[in-house]
Design a protein around this ligand. Structure first.
Ligand code: MG
Length: 260
């Protein structure tokens, strides 16, 4: 049971997808022959106490920084378009640098399968009754994934604008995605998530003519809880605004490669 939010968190299951089977067995976790599916490996984890989260997150952060890996914790409510955005980003940015993804969902391997089909290595974390990823799940997933040095690592969190705000995973930055179909008041209703964000993406802007959503009002709400946050309107479907998203990622890669 999660001590912070009370969600069930007795165990999480991590499945390394087939594209991760590239000779990274030195980390010594369960091998494919332990699992009925030849291309997956499953690790069942016992719950770690919440109090250890920040320490583990810092361990993750240092380990990622030592390898020059840009880790972005992507959060949103369910259906905002995180996976669609990552699929397109992999296709359009993957030529610049290696991309890997840790997928978080309560159940199914569906999103990790989509990520693999888009051309990136993926590990799926299934949280069961849990409503968020924590630093321990990401730590174990990192050992299963073993992302390449100088790569971009997207951590797609469980769809939820509440609890993921509280759990540092060791990421470089949190990227919050909201979509215009959800309503412009999300930053006011879920201020902790928006206050923790390094970037806010407003997705599905191709649907603005059909819904009651005012971009400027949403910008104002987001800045009322996080005055300096960058906000980019995008459409992961049409591609509008995505060049600015890729430029933001490249700027962070550059900062990571050339620390002050
Ligand atoms: Mg998803």
């Amino acid at each position: 049971m999660c001590a912070t939010c009370g969600c069930g968190e007795d165990q999480a299951t991590i499945t390394a997808m087939s594209a991760t089977k590239s000779g990274h067995d030195e980390l010594g976790h369960h091998h494919a022959h332990d699992h009925p599916h030849p291309h997956t490996e499953t690790i069942t984890l016992e719950q770690k106490v919440l109090a250890k989260n920040d320490l583990l997150a810092e361990h993750n952060r240092q380990s990622l920084a030592e390898r020059g890996i840009l880790a972005l914790n992507v959060t949103s409510s369910p259906g905002a378009g995180k996976t669609t955005l990552l699929e397109r980003t992999i296709r359009e940015l993957g030529g610049d640098c290696p991309v890997a993804v840790i997928e978080g969902d309560q159940e199914t391997l569906l999103d990790a399968q989509r990520i693999e089909a888009a051309g990136a290595r993926a590990v799926q974390v299934n949280t069961g009754a849990g409503c968020h990823l924590d630093a321990d799940m990401v730590h174990r997933a990192l050992h299963a994934l073993n992302p390449e040095p100088k790569s971009v690592l997207f951590i797609e969190n469980v769809g939820n604008l509440v609890c993921p705000a509280l759990f540092d995973l060791g990421e470089y930055s949190k990227v919050v995605v909201i979509s215009v179909t959800e309503g412009q008041d999300k930053p006011l209703k879920y201020p902790h998530m928006f206050a923790a964000a390094g970037l806010v993406l407003i997705n599905k802007i191709d649907l603005v003519p059909y819904v009651s959503f005012d971009l400027d009002t949403c910008f104002g709400y987001a800045r009322s809880v996080n005055p300096d946050v960058q906000i980019l309107p995008i459409s992961a479907t049409t591609g509008e605004g995505l060049d600015a998203w890729y430029d933001w990622i490249r700027s962070k890669i550059s900062v990571l490669a050339n620390p002050a």
